[in-house]
Design a protein around this ligand. Structure first.
Ligand SMILES: C[S@@+](CC[C@H](N)C(=O)[O-])C[C@H]1O[C@@H](n2cnc3c(N)ncnc32)[C@H](O)[C@@H]1O
Length: 319
């Protein structure tokens, strides 16, 4: 039986064409592709790629300047943080949440938009496997091109479960019987009609948004739409720790904000969403809410672009 796409590149001795992640004595990472006859240069000397070809992962190489580098294949979380970017990527901590909470399973039929740099596409393709289907939509042809290169470099070629369409999701989505839809874009509320038509009953809509105003608008639009159940919304924060002798404490620096997540499930056709038992807090939908909504709608009609320039992207941590 042949291996799932990309699996052969995840194990065994290093081969030509593999991605290698070097870690220097200060813990800094450098990523490159192995090519026979080439050298890797650092400011402390060089070493030939041939030294790694055929060597096991976890080998140590020394440069001509006698600096030792640990060589491992980058994990997918490493890879998405070091790959070329068009738009801001979904960070590994959120990709993990999406895979778990949107219940992405082997063989699932998934739709996503936008593709951006292809970070989430890579995580989803790995989870659904060769028998699944991921149809990704991206309105910008230049981002679609960057994403294609990133995904194909990771899997070592085209992934059989992946289809990419350049265009707006709401105008182009024609898939039916879709199990999961994941939206990572500025205005998910504009896509609800299309998403509702595509999803199977019980299917999951998952949205990833950067700001509280987007979160509120998406949740309210889902409620008003009438074909979804009550959405759940949350965020996660990951705090890394310094563990050394008696100095055991949180690291001083952390990524404080990436985005908010929400999920909601498609109801069966013709079903009225059950009434929520808990009434909204007094005043939650009063005059202040109406005027805030008006302001938000007019602010968002002069849309920000989504190239990662919204001031919300956490710093890249690699290369
Ligand atoms: C933050 S990026 C997505 C990043 C991507 N999920 C990743 O992990 O690399 C948002 C993308 O959505 C695209 N986009 C926004 N609205 C869209 C729509 N209605 N249909 C398709 N793509 C859309 C933008 O062009 C942008 O590339």
């Amino acid at each position: 039986m042949s291996e799932p796409t990309g699996a052969a590149r995840r194990r065994g001795p290093f081969q030509v064409g593999d991605q290698v992640q070097l870690t220097d004595p200060k813990g800094r990472h450098y990523t490159f592709t192995l090519e026979a006859g080439k050298s890797f240069h650092t400011h402390k000397g060089a070493f030939p790629h041939d030294e790694l070809i055929g060597a096991p992962e976890g080998s140590v190489v020394r440069t001509t300047g006698n600096v030792a580098y640990l060589a491992l294949r980058p994990l997918l979380p490493d890879y998405v943080l070091s790959m070329p970017r068009g738009a801001a990527v979904v960070y590994p901590k959120d990709a993990g949440q999406i895979l778990a909470m949107a219940d992405i399973f082997p063989g699932a039929r998934v739709v996503e938009a936008g593709v951006g740099s292809g970070s989430l596409s890579s995580f989803v393709l790995r989870a659904i496997g060769d028998q699944g289907m991921l149809h990704s939509y991206e309105r910008r042809a230049d981002f679609a091109e960057i994403a294609t290169q990133n995904v194909e470099r990771y899997f070592g070629g085209p992934h059989p479960a992946w289809q990419l369409t350049v265009g707006d999701l709401q105008d182009n989505l024609s898939d039916t019987d879709v199990d999961r839809v994941i939206l990572d874009m500025l205005a998910p509320w504009e896509c609800l009609d299309a998403v509702s038509k595509a999803l199977v009953p019980g299917g999951i809509l998952c949205a990833y948004v950067a700001t509280t105003t987007q979160l509120a608008r998406t949740v309210e639009a889902i409620r008003e739409h009438g074909t979804f159940n009550e959405p759940s919304a949350w965020e996660t924060m990951v705090r890394t720790w310094h563990v050394e002798g008696l100095a055991v404490r949180p690291d001083h620096r952390m990524i404080g904000h990436t985005g908010f997540l929400l999920t909601s499930r498609r109801l069966a056709d013709g079903v009225e969403p059950p009434l929520r038992r808990r009434r909204p807090a007094k005043g939650a939908y009063g005059e202040d809410y109406a005027s805030a909504n008006r302001e938000q709608a007019s602010a968002q009609s002069g849309k920000a672009d989504e190239s990662g320039g919204e001031g919300t992207e956490p710093p890249a941590t690699d290369v």
